[in-house]
Design a protein around this ligand. Sequence first.
Ligand SMILES: [Zn+2]
Length: 311
Amino acid sequence: MTDTKTEAPTESMLEWLALARGTLDRVAERRRDKEWVGAAWADPRTRVFTIEGGRALVSYDPGPGLVFTSPGQAPEGERYLLGVDDEGVAYFAVRGELPAIEGAERAGLRRVGALLGDQDSGLLTHAVALEHWHATNRHCPRCGAPTELTAAGHVRVCPADKSEHFPRVDPAVIMLVRDDADRVLLARGPSWPEDRRSILAGFVEPGESLEQAVAREVREEVGLEVGDIRYLGSQPWPLPQSLMLGFFARAEGVQELRPDPEEILDAAWYTRDELKEAIESGRIVSPGPLSIAAQLILRWYGGPLPEMPPF
Ligand SMILES: [Zn+2]
């Protein structure tokens, strides 16, 4: 592979993102309809899985899949209505203790988010996000009173002042920076293993556009000015509550890399051949395919990378 590769493949959106594959109708319009939600819970066709600390039971026979029960067999606990499939079957997650079931494993998104099928990956991603939000938002931000779950698990309401509170998602930009020679910039974060490298990322600040956040983060982290900022796709990243928004950006002309030592321990440009060699020789480990970072790198690279770590 040469470094003069055409840029055409970078124009289209990312196609496969491990945690952005949900298939269900989320039936948001049904969540406050207590009669409908009650009937769905009473329907023995309804499928329920338990969520505990970001993990659910997964079985691998025949293939990786969530372990479901009927509502009658589900534990007591907060219920989250996640959606309805094409057959009209409703899906709920219940926050509770994971039972021990022979042949099933307790697993979270990092372990199985990319292994599960589209529907189950979407269900687990949704449930993990809701569970974390409920667990960390139990009091009213206005008056401090304990809040209560409502809207089938998608809202918390304060009984004292009637204010409603909705699940929060933190937008974060993640950007693959290229230079005029179409080299990719990879960096190591301060708490990462010595051989780990990835592209740059950061949270969007209040009052800031996504493009402004991309430019600011690149400037802060490595001292480069970037333009030609292009959006390529997003995936939820409820670890614990982000939405990752993926971009390509270009650093034009000759610019000096000036890594911020508090955020970046190492930053360097790689041609495709250099990246391939660095990974093959074990000098660097690139992100696993669960992350949007890996999918952006693969898009730039133009094909599979050697030695991509397991999910
Ligand atoms: Zn309140």
